[in-house]
Design a protein around this ligand. Structure first.
Ligand code: ADP
Length: 609
């Protein structure tokens, strides 16, 4: 990029964007070919445009320049005038048609292609690993999928295609000028480098400003979506002003960059216009000299000037479209960046679909860290038989949730292996593995859809009866039917219209409808009031029947009822065994249990089925 000479070098993002988009045009090649044919025809007609004028000038107005003979030689001046007029109309109509066809063709291709790109981008985004999503701001991703693609869609049609046409015109006109009169053509070509310097310099600056603006808009969208997402916290902590300030600052900077792009584009357009005038004056001066000397006819000069104008048009078009193209290039780069991200957790080439699993789980010397040099789990080994209930307890931040996430392969182990029914999870296809794992978290997201759909997200082919069975199991059926529209009631976004306990029971129903051999529960009762907790624990007990269940909990009354308790500390299993065994051992678990039971004595008992 040291010597920006070509369009691609000046706008590096554009080349990348085109390489990204090109394969998508495959299905639309016939249409694209047609649009290009119409474009060529339009350019050719543009080249014909000045010829009727030349005819009138040289044969009718200044007949002493008339070439003798030729197929038009015998016609009367009036007949020639009529013919020229007819030709002007025919060319204009032809060009109008061709322009219409190429515009519509390119618009269709551009929109269809980018709609496909957007669909793929969205799919790609959802497949990217959690490690990527936990590092990336959601608002910025939304901007890439919606606004950046929209920008590309708009610019491909309104700027890129006209620019391609302009470049074609430039080349064709240059060649035609050379055939008309070599010295004059060379003079024209000599003026072209004049355009290069300001264009490349300004374009680079425009590109940089556009890129900054796009990035800033991504950040703004993130701020807006994060604060709206957490609006309860924002209002409760009276953070409105602070967020408004952050947003306002970015907004003003974006405005500044927007204005800067416009200012630079306008300057570029001005430069090009002034230079066009200069070049035209030079050609006109030299051309008139040639006409006076008799080496050129006035009609030739007319054609020449007309071509000259046509040639400078691409320059002007480039100046005019640079701002938009730069924005599109910046948007395209952001889209390409996202496409280049590869999911870290993917199906191995030899991956097989998992058979129906029984729920035997084994961790073999598993070491894992979100950052490889900082292990969160260290050399963890454990074996769980089908249907066993395992509690993971211990202080916060010591790897309990992380252990759960390795079971459904949200991350890959750094060392060792996680096996289900003896299969290393990395040898199973992701979809078949995750299809056999159900999860209930502390705070479960509901989608803006009916209650029925929210439950059925767990298993898309669940029948009405399955959904109701799951809801009953989850202690949710009664409150659902008490709602105005029962199972058809629409849950608002994130389920804020439901209580925490109700949301939790819907999440349990969603897990139940999946009928999976493995169940992962991550502090599912934290933050619930007593009644709700009782209903949720009761539902979870039923849900866990016959399934291998992992429960992360801080409430040792729930751990107590599990078959195996693992006490995690610093990413290692510090203690393992049944409640009785661990109490007999009188270690950390026993100490913690005794400490908690002083509190239990004051709270009502939670014994359930
Ligand atoms: P626990 O469930 O025992 O509270 P976690 O498994 O959630 O502990 O976390 C263990 C450690 O891993 C913590 O230090 C936490 O900060 C870190 N951690 C958890 N999730 C991520 C993540 N997505 N990216 C990076 N670090 C993480």
């Amino acid at each position: 990029m040291g010597r920006p000479k070509t369009l691609r070098a000046t706008l590096p993002g554009l080349g990348r964007t085109l390489r990204l988009v090109w394969p998508y045009t495959r299905r639309h090649r016939p249409l694209l070919g047609g649009a290009f044919a119409a474009l060529f025809a339009s350019v050719a007609l543009r080249a014909l445009e000045p010829w009727p004028l030349k005819l009138i000038f040289d044969q009718v107005l200044v007949p002493e320049h008339a070439a003798t003979g030729g197929f038009l030689g015998g016609l009367s001046p009036m007949a020639l005038l009529g013919l020229a007029a007819l030709a002007i109309v025919a060319i204009a109509v032809g060009r109008a048609w061709m322009n219409y066809l190429n515009r519509v063709g390119f618009a269709l291709v551009g929109n269809r292609v980018l709609t496909d790109v957007r669909g793929d981008l969205y799919r790609h985004l959802q497949c990217l690993s959690l490690s990527f999503h936990s590092r990336t701001r959601a608002g910025d991703l939304v901007i890439r999928v919606i606004a950046d693609i929209g920008m590309l869609q708009d610019v491909v049609v309104t700027a890129l295609m006209p620019l391609v046409g302009s470049v074609l015109i430039l080349v064709l006109m240059g060649a035609l000028l050379l055939t008309l009169n070599v010295p004059l053509a060379l003079l024209v070509l000599a003026t072209l480098p004049l355009f290069l310097l300001p264009t490349t310099r300004l374009t680079k600056r425009i590109h940089q400003a556009s890129r900054d603006q796009r990035r800033r808009e991504g950040a703004m969208a993130s701020t807006a979506s994060e604060s709206i997402h957490a609006i309860r916290v924002v209002q409760a902590l009276a953070l409105e002003e602070r967020f408004a300030e952050t947003f306002g600052g970015a907004n003003r900077k974006s405005l500044k960059e927007g204005v800067k792009t416009k200012r630079l584009s306008a300057r570029l357009e001005g430069f090009v216009q002034a230079l066009t005038g200069l070049a035209t004056a030079l050609v006109l001066g030299y051309g008139v000299l040639l006409v006076l000397r008799g080496t050129l006819t006035p009609g030739d000069l007319l054609v020449f000037l007309s071509y000259l104008k046509a040639m400078f048009k691409p320059m002007q078009a480039f100046a005019k479209y640079t701002g938009r193209l730069a924005k599109a290039a910046a948007a395209g780069e952001r889209v390409a960046d996202l496409f280049e991200r590869q999911p870290e957790v993917t199906d191995a080439p030899h991956a097989q679909p998992a058979p129906p699993l029984r729920g035997h789980v084994a961790f073999e010397s598993v070491t894992f860290g979100y950052e490889p040099e900082q292990p969160v789990l260290r050399d963890v080994s454990l074996t769980v038989r089908p249907g066993q209930r395992v509690a993971l307890v211990g202080p916060s931040g010591h790897g309990k949730s992380t252990l759960l996430s390795l079971l459904s392969r949200l991350y890959d182990v750094t060392d060792g292996a996680v096996r289900l029914d003896g299969h290393d999870v990395r040898n199973l296809t992701l979809a078949s593995l995750r299809g056999q794992v159900a999860v209930v978290l502390q705070d479960n997201l509901l989608f803006a859809a009916s209650i029925r759909d929210n439950i059925a997200y767990g298993a898309p082919d669940a029948t009405e009866a399955d959904i109701e069975w799951a809801a009953r199991l989850a202690n949710a059926h009664d409150f659902i039917v008490a709602m105005p529209e029962g199972y058809d009631t629409t849950v608002s976004e994130r389920g804020v219209t439901l209580s925490a306990g109700q949301r939790q029971r819907l999440a349990i129903a969603r897990a139940a409808v999946r009928q999976t051999p493995l169940l992962l529960l991550d502090e599912p009762t934290t933050g619930l009031d007593e009644d709700n907790e009782r209903a949720v624990v009761d539902a979870l007990d039923r849900l866990a029947q016959g399934r291998t269940t992992f429960l992360v909990t801080h409430d040792l009354r729930h751990a107590e009822r599990c078959d195996l308790i693992l006490y995690l500390r610093d990413g290692r299993i510090a203690e393992a065994g049944s409640h009785a065994e661990l109490m007999a051992k009188a270690g950390r678990y026993a100490r913690l249990y005794r400490l908690e039971s002083t509190d239990f004595a004051q709270a009502p008992s939670l014994e359930t089925a």
